[in-house]
Each structure stands twice: as structure tokens, then as C-alpha cells.
Design a binder for this molecule. Structure first.
Ligand code: NAP
Length: 284
């Protein structure tokens, strides 16, 4: 019998605990943990993400600082704002919503953020900490995936995990985190031969590709755990990377799209902000 991982329910529980922690923090230090969200331009999907993050932030007792800059904002102006936020003691976390307009360099932006405030976990310092086995601020989607696996008591030690996708945002960090939990990890990408064979051998499948339903249900091994990161807008609505209707016939545990990984990503953003806030007051 398949179980569906309920990312919304899990998130609700986690966010309640975080709200208590944020309340304790505010009472103790006389301020709320603060997250600054920077949006450049008018991309409608980004605007929705930013609005959802702001709502979640405030519901969990965190303070959000919004900076909506127009699409023509130059690099100097954006870097100056990041510098200001780096120096602002009320700001514990800084998130620049990607994608940014093409005249801005995402890598330069990421590097400009103080690693201690990098709640996306994508600064090379934080990625390096993860690689060296001493993670600090971990990218939110991979952290959310690990949280789900742990909450659903999925055994990882010695098991075969296949990660499809090798982005810095999802594929690489989740592969490292699975390896840290002693899974044997295979990372697949667009040049991988025999993807179906690799998936068929996996106890745990993490699909982070960005192609609607490309992982066929009959590739899934009987009893496997399937984490679908994909968010693909199609005429039939939002679809994951996994052919869900067929995969549920074989998986033991699977995430739906929507309602699986997505809400956990925002929850881990709040978690990283709280973590960063605690680190800041402890450093003083
Ligand atoms: P990305 O940077 O575009 O990376 C996609 C990866 O998939 C690449 O490594 C690419 O391989 C690989 N790939 C592409 N076509 C393939 C194929 N035919 N066979 C095997 N691998 C293939 O995407 P991302 O940022 O990691 O995001 C992946 C998906 O997750 C997207 O749908 C995105 O919207 C979603 N996402 C969801 C959340 C959430 O919170 N739910 C968060 C982040 C991302 P190459 O490296 O060889 O090009």
C-alpha cells in the first residue's frame, strides 16, 4: 500500500514549532528574527513565490523586509542594497529571488551575500561546508527533502538512491546529504545513458529535472520511495517530473505535486532564517 507524503501537513507542524521558537527569540532578544527578500523585476511566478514566502514568514513570527526593485535596476544599485542588508543587525537572512533579469549576474549576487545571512544556502562558502561534511545553512529544497525522509522514517543507510538532476540548487546538495546519511548515491543528468535502468534499481528516487512526467511509473521499483521535486506548468495543470498515477502503483512512499516538496522548501527557508538569527546572537 502506497503512502502519500503530505508536505503541507508536515510543514504546518514544523511551522508551529518554529513560531514558538521565534516567539522565544523575540522575548529574549527584543526583536524578531528578520528575513529580507529582494525581488528584481516583474516576473509573475517570482512575485507569487515572494508573496508566499512573506506570508509564511509573518505567520511564523518572523519579520520580513521587502525590497522590490524595478527590472532595470543596475548591478551597482543591487550590490549596494545587499551590502546594506549585510550590515543591518535586524536582518538575519537575505534572499534574492531568482531568476534575476539577464543583465545581472546571479553568481556575483550570490557571492555578495554574507554567508551567515545566506538562507538559500547557495553561497560557495555554505556549499563548501556541505561538501566537507560540516553543513551550516543548507539549500532549502534539499533540506526539506531530508526532513521529509526523516519524518517518514525512511532508512537510508546502505540503500541505493538515484538523484536525477545535478543543479547546485537541488541535485548536487541532495546527493551530498543522502551520502552523509550513508546512502549509495547515483547522480543522473541529461547525458546519462540508460536512465530507466538506473531508476529501476533505486530504493530511493529523487527527481529534480524540470520535465513533466518524464520518469515513467513502470521504472519505479516495487516499494521504492519517490521524491518528486519537479514543478512543471502544463495545460493539464502543475505536474511533477514523475508520472504520479502510475508510480503510486509501485512506490511505498511518494510525494505529490503540488503539496509535497514545495511547502517544505518554504518551511526550510524559515528554519534557515531562525538558525541564522540564533547564530548571530550567539556570535555577539
Ligand atoms: P535545473 O537547474 O534546470 O536542472 C535540471 C537538471 O535536470 C540538470 O542537471 C539536467 O541535466 C537534468 N536533466 C535535464 N533533462 C534531463 C533528461 N532528459 N534526463 C536526465 N536529466 C535531465 O533545475 P533545478 O533548479 O534543479 O530544478 C529542477 C526541477 O525542480 C524544476 O522543475 C524546478 O521547478 C523544480 N524545483 C522545485 C522546487 C520546489 O520547491 N518544489 C525547488 C527548486 C526546484 P544537465 O545538468 O546535464 O543539463
Amino acid at each position: 500500500m502506497v503512502s502519500i507524503i503530505d508536505g503541507n501537513e508536515l510543514s504546518r507542524g514544523k511551522r508551529l514549532i518554529m513560531a514558538e521558537e521565534a516567539g522565544d527569540f523575540s522575548r529574549k532578544y527584543g526583536r524578531q528574527p528578520g528575513l529580507a527578500v529582494v525581488l528584481v523585476g516583474e516576473d509573475p511566478a517570482s512575485a507569487i513565490y515572494v508573496r508566499n514566502k512573506k506570508k509564511a514568514c509573518e505567520a511564523a513570527g518572523l519579520r520580513s523586509f521587502d525590497h522590490h526593485l524595478d527590472a532595470g535596476t543596475g548591478r551597482k544599485e543591487l550590490l549596494a542594497l545587499i551590502g546594506k542588508l549585510n550590515a543591518d543587525p535586524a536582518v538575519d537572512g537575505i534572499l534574492v529571488q531568482f531568476p534575476v533579469p539577464p543583465h545581472l549576474d546571479p553568481q556575483e549576487i550570490q557571492l555578495a551575500i554574507d554567508p551567515g545571512k545566506d538562507v538559500d544556502g547557495l553561497h560557495p562558502y555554505n556549499l563548501g561546508r556541505l561538501l566537507s561534511g560540516t553543513p551550516t545553512l543548507v539549500p532549502c529544497t534539499p533540506a526539506g527533502i531530508m526532513c521529509m525522509l526523516s519524518e517518514y522514517s525512511v532508512a537510508l543507510k546502505g540503500r541505493d538512491a538515484v538523484v536525477i538532476g545535478r543543479s547546485n540548487l537541488v541535485g548536487k546538495p541532495v546527493a551530498l546529504l543522502l551520502m552523509m546519511e550513508h546512502a549509495t548515491v547515483t547522480i543522473c543528468h541529461s547525458r546519462t545513458h540508460g536512465l530507466d535502468r538506473k531508476v529501476r534499481n533505486a530504493d530511493i528516487v529523487v527527481a529534480a529535472v524540470g520535465r513533466a512526467e518524464m520518469i515513467r511509473g513502470d521504472w519505479i521499483r516495487e516499494g521504492a520511495v519517490v521524491i518528486d521535486v519537479g514543478m512543471n506548468r502544463t495545460e493539464a495543470g502543475l505536474k511533477g517530473d514523475v508520472q504520479f498515477d502510475e508510480a503510486i502503483k509501485r512506490a511505498s512512499l511518494i510525494t505529490p505535486v503540488p503539496g509535497g516538496v514545495g511547502p517544505m522548501t518554504i518551511t526550510m527557508l524559515l528554519d534557515n532564517t531562525l538558525r541564522a538569527a540564533k547564530n548571530h546572537v550567539e556570535k555577539k
